[in-house]
Design a protein around this ligand. Structure first.
Ligand SMILES: [Zn+2]
Length: 139
């Protein structure tokens, strides 16, 4: 087993995710004799330790493999229905049709634009009798 092969499976070995005892023994022997791979394995173990210390209330066990729980979750998600029920599609289609119909009705019932400018009505100011005019009208 060479260093490249070890590097491919080193993280699995450190995370206890290897099942083959023969492979585990080969990795262990190589890491024991190769300073470079041993250093990488220690680095990975330190990273696992840091990750474990961050989560004060661990939701998973670092000693055991995570794959059984992940497989269970994947199986659950694969068996869960992905498509909405058939009536859901019809409801969406009806809502889109109703919205489109309402939009068309609004556009067709809008008052036609006129070419005349809007009329401005100027109301004359109410006549207020001035003292001079009232005196002249009543002799
Ligand atoms: Zn090596």
């Amino acid at each position: 087993m060479n260093c490249d092969e070890v590097k491919l499976e080193l993280a699995l070995w450190v995370g206890n995710d290897l099942d083959d005892p023969t492979r585990i023994e080969e990795l262990r022997r190589h890491v024991a004799t190769c300073p470079q791979c041993r250093s990488q394995a220690k680095s990975l173990q330190a990273s696992m330790g840091v990750l474990g210390s961050i989560d004060s209330n661990p939701t998973f066990d670092l000693q055991d493999s995570l794959w059984p729980e992940l497989n269970a979750r994947i199986d659950y998600l694969e068996k869960a229905p992905r498509n909405p029920p058939a009536y859901g599609k019809w409801a969406i289609l009806l809502a889109c049709g109703a919205g489109l119909g309402l939009g068309l009705w609004t556009v067709s019932n809008r008052p036609a634009p006129t070419s005349e400018p809007p009329k401005t009505v100027i109301h004359p100011a109410p006549e207020t009798p001035t003292p001079y005019s009232s005196s002249s009208q009543h002799p």
